[in-house]
Structure formats: structure tokens, C-alpha cells
Write a protein that binds this ligand. Structure first.
Ligand SMILES: NC(=O)c1ccc[n+]([C@@H]2O[C@H](COP(=O)([O-])OP(=O)(O)OC[C@H]3O[C@@H](n4cnc5c(N)ncnc54)[C@H](O)[C@@H]3O)[C@@H](O)[C@H]2O)c1
Length: 366
């Protein structure tokens, strides 16, 4: 039986991980530590909290002594660090908060683990897993091979630079102090509970509200798309099977330009409207409710400064551990559109709150 501390467990991937873990290992103890920033949403794990299948602690990973106390109190043997500022656009507006949480916060968490776990007596029982991104490797040109675990770091945005710095600190704590760390660098995740500033949920929510679908520049930026359920399985595998000190790239095995993703989402929403007459009543402002194609809402806007052109992940190392992404983009995108249609309350609460102001600032001038 494991005793996990999941930081950032009220965010997108963290919440999915909590659902995955409590369904897969119901006897394990899961404690979530989350500062509930704009991206954290207790509703994403509310059911698990109500059913007492996990404990939620409202707190900041930067509070080293408090985190160490929580780890001792709960006899935590496994930390999975999802807590982060995660949106590149926001890192361009406000790099400071990214350095604070992603760099200093990860450092404070490592110190908390070092203090709570003491000298590495039973390292085999303990694990500090740090969740990072493929963006630390920078941008690929069309002919470059996909990122491997030995691709040199070349981060281009304040977000990816802060994640790269955190990865180096994690590595240094494993090497210098023997903290039993592993790192995973994953590609673009999508799925349920994703905050609607990221591409897929932004498109779905904007479509249903009849708002423009912003396409940065030519929309030909290529990303590797990973269903969040596959990502959770990959982390589980790393926790169970990876030696300490290893780094793992995790991708979905399918690369697509952003504009194709937006087109696919438009077509999935249009198809759902054709099948289900109730959607016209529920979303009267949407294009299909007004007999227009959702693609008519696509709008090219000024590109993000320094926008990376192409990411691609070589997943052959983690494949040797037994990981294969199981969700195809076609099935995963369809399931994600379906989830947002069935969970309107979840995103409507967000859209009518803090996100509205950010959205207005971001796109009003474009
Ligand atoms: N979403 C992706 O596609 C993707 C891809 C690669 C890597 N990642 C990494 O995966 C992790 C999770 O990403 P996500 O998309 O779920 O992010 P998210 O923005 O949806 O969630 C982040 C969570 O961390 C919490 N948090 C922020 N600052 C905190 C602090 N100081 N203390 C405690 N909690 C804090 C927030 O409240 C939120 O619940 C991040 O480390 C991110 O860099 C994400």
C-alpha cells in the first residue's frame, strides 16, 4: 500500500491522476496539496473528497516546513509533483509566478522530502516523481528527429525555462543528496477537466458559445497529442518499474498541426449537433444551432511571440518499460468533446468566473 502526496491534484492532469489512482488502487492513501490558483478547481476532485477517497489540503508547495510536516503526519512515501504554472501565454505576461512555483516551489518540495525522509535508509520504498514537459527540449525543424531523453535542453519560453530549471534541480537532488527521484517529460495532454485556456477545451467552449476560435499565426505548429488517461498510466508504470534517477519521455505517438486539431473538434461538434436535437436548445449561440459550420468560427490571430514550431516525442525508452499509448486521437478527441458536452456545469462555472477577464484581455484586441 502506497501513501501518496499529489501536488497540484486539483488541476487538469493531477485531478485525472487522482481519479485514476483511487480507481486502480483503492486501498492506497492519497493526499492532495493544491494552492487552488485560477487553474485549480476543487470540483474536479469533489466527488473523491466527499467520498473520503482522498484528503484535500489547501496549501502551497513553496511552504517547505508545512509540506514536510504534512509528509511526516501522513507518512508519505510517494510524491507526485504536478503543481505548476502551466500556460505558456501567461508565462509571457507574468514570468515571475512561473519562477516562484515551478522553480522555487519544486526546490521547496525536494527540501521537504529530504527533511521528512531523512538520510536515504529505505530509498526503495520512497519516490519523488516530478512531472515535466517536452517543451524543455525547445523547437524542432521539420527534418529533426523526435526528442529523446538525451536531447539537450533548449527551452524557449519562460514556462519551459522554469520547467527545465526544475528538472535540473530534481536531478541534482537525486545525485547530490540521494533523494529517490524520477522525471517524466510528456507532450501535450488533453482530456476531461482541462482548463478552457488550452487548445482543445478552448475550442470546444468557444464553439458552444459561438465565439471565435483563435488560431495562432498559420496554425501549423506541430504537437504530439497524449490522452491524459494514457499519461496517468505512464506515471503509474514509472512509479512501479523505473529505477531511481531515470528520466522518461511520454508521448501519444501522434503528431498533428494545431489547425487540424481545431478542424477535427469543429467537425466533432457539428456531428454531435446533427445527432442530438437537444444541443440546439442548450447552445443557441453556437454555429451549428444557426445552421453554420463550426469551422466558420476559425479566426487567425497574431502568433505567440517565440512560438515553438514543432515538438515530437520519441517514446521508445518508455516502450521498453511496457508503455504504449492506448487512446487514438480520433477516439480521444471524440471522448473529450463528449465530456465537455456532458459536463457543462464544470466549465460554465469557470467561464463565468476568473477566466472571463483573462479571455477578454487575451482576444479582445486580436
Ligand atoms: N497540460 C499539458 O499538456 C502538460 C504537458 C506537459 C507537462 N505538463 C506538466 O504537468 C503538470 C500539470 O499540468 P496541468 O496541465 O494539470 O496544469 P494545471 O495548470 O491545470 O494545474 C496546475 C495545478 O497546480 C496548482 N498549483 C499552482 N501553483 C501551486 C503552488 N504554488 N502550490 C500548490 N499548488 C499549485 C494549481 O492550483 C492547479 O491545480 C505541470 O507541471 C505541467 O508543467 C502539462
Amino acid at each position: 500500500m502506497k501513501r501518496l502526496l499529489v501536488t497540484g491534484g486539483a488541476g487538469f492532469i493531477g485531478a485525472n491522476f487522482c481519479h485514476y489512482w483511487s480507481a486502480t488502487y483503492p486501498a492506497d492513501r492519497v493526499v492532495v496539496l493544491d494552492a487552488l490558483t485560477y487553474a485549480g478547481n476543487l470540483a474536479s476532485i469533489g466527488e473523491l473528497v466527499q467520498q473520503q477517497r482522498l484528503r484535500f489540503v489547501h496549501g502551497d508547495i513553496c511552504e517547505r516546513d508545512r509540506v514536510a510536516g504534512l509528509m511526516r503526519e501522513e507518512s508519505i512515501d510517494t510524491v507526485v509533483n504536478f503543481a505548476a504554472e502551466s500556460h505558456v501565454d501567461r508565462s509571457i505576461e507574468d514570468p515571475q509566478s512561473f519562477l516562484r512555483t515551478n522553480v522555487m516551489g519544486t526546490h521547496a518540495l525536494l527540501e521537504a522530502a529530504r527533511s521528512a525522509w531523512g538520510p536515504a535508509a529505505d530509498r526503495g520504498m520512497r519516490r519523488f516523481h516530478h512531472v515535466s514537459t517536452d517543451e524543455v527540449y525547445g523547437s524542432l525543424s521539420p527534418a529533426d528527429p523526435a526528442f529523446t531523453e538525451s536531447t539537450p535542453y533548449a527551452p524557449n519560453s519562460p514556462y519551459s525555462a522554469s520547467k527545465a530549471a526544475a528538472d535540473h534541480i530534481v536531478r541534482a537532488y537525486a545525485h547530490t543528496y540521494g533523494v529517490p527521484c524520477t522525471i517524466s517529460n510528456c507532450s501535450n495532454n488533453y482530456g476531461p477537466y482541462q482548463f478552457p485556456e488550452k487548445l482543445l477545451p478552448l475550442c470546444i467552449v468557444n464553439l458552444l458559445e459561438g465565439r471565435p476560435l483563435p488560431i495562432y499565426g498559420d496554425g501549423l505548429q506541430i504537437r504530439d497529442w497524449l490522452h491524459v488517461g494514457d499519461h496517468c498510466r505512464a506515471i503509474d508504470l514509472i512509479l512501479r518499474a523505473s529505477p531511481v534517477g531515470e528520466t522518461w519521455n511520454v508521448g501519444g505517438g501522434s503528431t498533428e498541426p494545431n489547425i487540424r486539431i481545431v478542424e477535427a473538434v469543429c467537425d466533432l461538434v457539428d456531428a454531435a449537433f446533427r445527432r442530438r436535437p437537444d444541443l440546439r436548445q442548450r447552445f443557441p449561440g453556437s454555429a451549428p444551432a444557426q445552421n453554420r459550420s463550426s469551422r466558420s468560427l476559425m479566426q487567425h490571430v497574431r502568433d505567440r511571440p517565440g512560438h515553438d514550431r514543432r515538438y515530437a516525442v520519441d517514446g521508445s525508452k518508455i516502450a521498453r518499460l511496457g508503455f504504449v499509448a492506448q487512446t487514438s486521437p480520433a477516439a480521444g478527441f471524440a471522448a473529450t468533446v463528449h465530456w465537455y458536452l456532458e459536463n457543462e456545469r464544470w466549465w460554465r462555472d469557470i467561464v463565468s468566473g476568473a477566466y472571463r477577464d483573462w479571455y477578454a484581455r487575451q482576444y479582445a484586441a486580436s
